[in-house]
Design a protein around this ligand. Structure first.
Ligand code: HEC
Ligand code: HEC
Length: 397
């Protein structure tokens, strides 16, 4: 099966690979039955799809990229953790890691066999890794580090900003040096979901998949609703066996049987059920945050675009997303130009404390950098005290 399934004639671009996600291991779909939560027991539940469903993308990660060979030969748990992969402690017996060699790829195979590598599904037969595929969780879940750094309980919807998808893809022996150089340039927490389509290199930050209830248009550029984007990613990026068409992008992929489309409603319901996490206790100066809120909705003018409670205005356009030209907020227009809408969506502000860096390209490392950006762009003349208050308010969202 082609890495990059059939593209319509309008886009004839080099066939890089489809891109993305990580390694996976474990035991294929049936392993979902071993998941701890009762709700995850059915492989048809949205949670199970989000965590464990590869949509048949082994065709990409195994057959094309041959990552199973690389993992078997050279990816120890220590290496896996170093590229940001996370281990689900609840899938392991107590003290498992203490009793196993973390420098041995054989331990990685055992983790995969137990379905304990977040977002990677591997099939192990007679001590060999025969296939590997990826799931949504590789980029959009992390763990709470309760056992060790990178090892703990799953946190679905939290972007894995330690994950280095480019470095993982670059491990593939099927790539040219030129391709490896591009993937290797992305860094942790970033991924380019369009590089294999348009050949342009410009990764964006992996965003949260929580706190999306009430936000009708997804992605930094508001290309469509959640299911549109889930379908896009599953088929064009993960390499899942399904269909996706968007004439705006010149993409028309038809693959039967479609292992993606029938699962979109359950996947959508699960994403909408994921609340934004609350800031850690006592991490916010409440009095400053209240002053910051007044400033946000008043003199600083933020509230005109970031409208509570979701803190976006994308829904105010009715059936079409309300979007902004890059120049309006002083953003780099390069990524928007590659998308269906060519503009940026006012990002819904959710648990900002949890996922620096900010803006689609991560150009603001901290919330103070965000405030300084707007202070310059809108010539707000904020005082240091104003900036402090605004940052405290942003931390509280
Ligand atoms: C390799 C990493 C990766 C994988 C795998 C992945 N995504 Fe994403 N996801 C991204 C990136 C990067 C974006 C931002 C793209 C953009 O906005 O243009 C994104 C955007 C999103 C958004 C929009 C968030 C928002 O605020 O608008 C949702 C929802 C989402 N992904 C869910 C999923 C689901 C469900 C799957 C599995 C079908 C999935 N993703 C697979 C990296 C990934
Ligand atoms: C004209 C509309 C508009 C105004 C006014 C505005 N924003 Fe934004 N905001 C946006 C857009 C569009 C983005 C997405 C930009 C990007 O991703 O490159 C954004 C992104 C952000 C983000 C990044 C969120 C994330 O998860 O990465 C923060 C934080 C933010 N704005 C805070 C503010 C603050 C504080 C103010 C007031 C000082 C403000 N905004 C004023 C439209 C606006």
């Amino acid at each position: 099966m082609p890495l990059r399934p059939t593209m319509s004639r309008s886009k004839k671009r080099p066939v890089w690979l489809g891109a993305l996600s990580t390694l996976a291991l474990a035991a294929g779909l049936p392993a979902a039955a071993a998941a701890p939560d009762a709700t995850a027991r059915s492989p048809h539940s949205g949670q199970s799809i989000f965590r464990f469903d590869t949509f048949g993308d082994e065709a990409q990660w195994t057959d094309k990229l041959r990552l199973h060979e690389v993992i078997q030969a050279a990816v120890s748990p220590r290496v896996a953790l170093s590229v940001g992969l996370k281990v689900d402690a609840e899938a392991l017996p107590p003290n498992f890691l203490a009793r196993h060699d973390l420098d041995s790829p054989a331990t990685t195979l055992e983790l995969l066999r137990r379905n304990a590598v977040v977002g990677l599904v591997g099939k192990v037969k007679d001590g060999r890794l025969v296939s590997v595929g990826t799931t949504c969780a590789i980029c959009h879940s992390t763990v709470d580090n309760s056992v060790a750094p990178g090892v703990g309980k799953r946190l679905d919807g939290w972007p894995n900003l330690d994950l280095n998808p480019g470095a993982i893809i670059a491990l593939s022996p099927a790539l040219t040096d030129e391709q490896k150089a591009v993937y290797g340039s992305w860094g942790p927490g970033r991924y380019d979901p369009r590089f294999n389509i348009d050949g342009i290199n410009g990764p964006v930050v992996i965003p949260p998949a929580y706190g999306l209830s009430g936000v009708p248009f997804e992605t930094f550029t508001g290309d469509g609703p959640i299911s549109y984007w889930n379908n896009y990613v599953a088929v064009t990026q993960m390499g899942g066996h399904g269909s996706f068409s968007d004439p705006r992008l010149g993409i028309d992929i038809v693959q039967e049987p479609d292992l993606v489309t029938p699962k979109l409603p359950a996947l959508l319901a699960y994403q909408l059920s994921l609340p934004k996490p609350q800031p850690p206790t006592a991490s916010v100066n409440e009095a400053a945050a209240r002053r910051g809120e007044t400033l946000f909705n008043g003199a600083a003018g933020c509230g005109g675009c970031h409208i509570a409670p979701t803190y976006t205005d994308v829904h105010t356009g009715g059936n079409a997303p309300l979007l902004h030209d890059a120049a309006e907020t002083g953003m780099d227009p390069a990524y928007a130009r590659r998308t269906a809408t060519q503009k940026y969506r006012t990002t819904p502000l959710r648990a900002l404390w949890q996922h620096p860096p900010y803006f689609h390209d991560g150009s603001a490392a901290t919330l103070l950098d965000v405030v300084n950006h707007y202070d310059r762009h809108f010539e707000l003349r904020l005082t240091p005290a104003d900036k402090f208050d605004l940052v405290e308010f942003l931390k509280s969202l």
